[in-house]
Design a protein around this ligand. Structure first.
Ligand code: UD1
Ligand code: CA
Length: 474
């Protein structure tokens, strides 16, 4: 599709993300670009940044190692894929993309393992590349410790022009002091790139085709090769080891917490909280220490999320009090509800406005209407609980018959006495009462009292009589 478009129109820019590598230094079975920071794969961060650059650009991801897994992890982003079946280096990755990029005037090359890159910086790189009319523009940085990165050798100090990129292992003793690193992010004019791309050789420490060698090759061919330093060093750091990955994760989470605090959210001890990159929180909500907010969680305003709670992919309204140590997943909680402590909302729970879910209450695919209460020691699974209904302590919906799951329907204003079991499928209509300790197996009509328990037997004087019977013989 995009190849046709490329042929037909004056397409200026394509983005190529190199993501085919194995990530040997991570010592992991998982492909490097699917390792996560801020709760999202490295590659997803890079795709998100690439999608937000202003110039319209098609995005190609070069995949190879465990290609099918990588493809399916980012399939929903709409990127196009290029296969690099054998990973013979970053230069080879671009060679594999040749048919895809040939119709574009320029390409931006990104690395799938450099996840903190910001769209603004890509935009600057793209603008600088155009202004300089360069064949190759390298995004660089000067971190405290440049060890491991390729170094950028400028033609003269302060000159935009670059002589070559030298990989760490190829540095001569007097080049060891070079501090400007290659970020692995570049802009190329496609025509000169493709004209010289096949001149790369594997004559180096790894026996690979290095894209970095294009700097020297293009320069020697009389093409303009320049470099621009990124505004922030942290955004061009790569994740090659678990330690580097964890450091980038910490940087990203700190940035996320700072962004939320700048928008009016109070996060006490943000360093103890784990907040994923896509979490959204409205102003005047307070997050206490040691809280985890994961995935696509959204929290409204004026909420208080107390310590040790873990919330994943949930939507919470306004003015919610979530007491300590609650676990919520794939659920919604409406305005003014009170949850916990020690509540467990499993996927598909939908807690209504001003409803209460108390300690040691577990819900799953359960809807609680406005003002409904289940305050103590309860399991509500595959259940519907109407407005204002009170679920007593220890009530259990028996939703599973060993083979199938069944629904429990509880109407509005119902009172379910403590320690009752509701054997689904069963329906309790509006305003009904269930006596404590009942085992309810049949539907209860509106306004009725249902009691399903053994009758109490009281035997007056039984204790004294027993004692008399049990008198030991003298
Ligand atoms: C590369 C650069 C180095 C730069 C650093 C910045 C080269 C030779 N070196 O080194 O100058 O400082 O990035 O982070 O390019 N990949 C493929 N196919 C391959 C090999 C790699 O798609 O055959 C992908 C990887 O999945 C990765 C990216 O390219 O996302 C970079 O590869 P990596 O091996 O991490 O390069 P570095 O050694 O970090
Ligand atoms: Ca790397």
């Amino acid at each position: 599709m995009s190849e046709e478009r490329a042929k037909a129109a004056d397409l200026k820019l394509a983005v190529v993300i190199m993501a085919a590598g194995k990530g040997t230094r991570l010592k992991s079975r998982r492909p490097k670009v699917l390792h996560e920071i801020g709760g999202k794969p490295l590659l997803s961060h890079v795709i998100a940044a690439a999608s937000r650059i202003v110039a319209p650009a098609d995005i190609f991801a070069v995949v190879g190692h465990q290609a099918a897994t990588v493809r399916s992890a980012v399939a929903d982003t709409g990127v196009h894929f290029v296969e690099q079946t054998e990973q013979r280096g970053t230069g080879h990755a671009i060679q594999c993309a040749r048919p895809s990029i040939a119709g574009y005037e320029n390409i931006l090359v990104l690395s799938g393992d450099v996840p903190l890159i910001r769209p603004e910086t890509l935009q600057q790189l793209w603008q600088f590349h155009q202004a300089q009319q360069a064949a190759m523009t390298i995004l660089t940085a000067a971190p405290e410790d440049p060890t491991g990165y390729g170094r950028v050798l400028r033609k003269a100090p302060g000159s935009p022009e670059v002589e070559a990129i030298i990989e760490q292992k190829a540095l001569t003793p007097d080049q060891q002091s070079l501090r400007e690193i290659n970020s692995g992010i570049y802009a190329f004019k496609t025509a000169p790139l493709l004209a010289h791309l096949d001149r790369l050789t594997a004559n180096n420490a790894h026996g690979e085709l290095y894209l970095t060698d294009m700097a020297g090759l293009l320069g020697a061919a009389g093409e303009r090769v320049v470099a621009i330093e990124a505004a922030e060093t942290t955004e061009v750091l790569g994740a090659n080891t678990i330690a580097e990955l964890v450091a980038l994760d910490a940087t990203l989470r700190a940035a996320t917490a700072n962004r939320l605090m700048a928008s009016g959210v109070t996060i006490f001890r943000p360093d103890t909280c784990v907040i994923d990159a896509d979490v959204e929180i409205a102003p005047d909500t307070v997050i206490e220490p040691f809280v985890q907010l994961l995935g696509r969680t959204r929290i409204g305003s004026d909420c208080r999320i107390r310590s040790y709670s873990v919330i994943e992919n949930c939507t919470l309204g306004d003015r919610i009090l979530l007491r300590q140590s609650c676990i919520l997943a794939e659920s919604t909680v409406a305005d003014g509800a009170r949850i916990g402590p020690f509540a467990h909302l499993r996927p598909g729970s939908d807690i209504g406005e001003d409803a209460h879910v108390g300690n040691f209450v577990e819900t799953k695919k359960a809807r609680l209407g406005k003002g409904a209460k289940a305050n103590h020691l309860t399991y509500l699974g595959d259940a519907e609980v109407g407005e204002g209904t009170n679920i007593g302590a220890g009530v259990i919906t028996c939703n599973y018959d060993g083979v199938h799951k069944h629904k429990t329907q509880i109407g509005k204003g119902v009172f379910v006495g403590s320690d009752s079991t509701l054997v689904a499928p069963v329906s309790i209509e509006d305003g009904a009462y269930i006596g404590a300790g009942s085992c309810i197996t049949k539907d209860v009509p509106s306004g009725a009292l249902a009691v399903g328990r053994a009758r109490q037997v009281t035997m007056e004087g039984w204790v004294a009589a027993r004692r008399a019977r049990q008198q030991p013989p003298r």
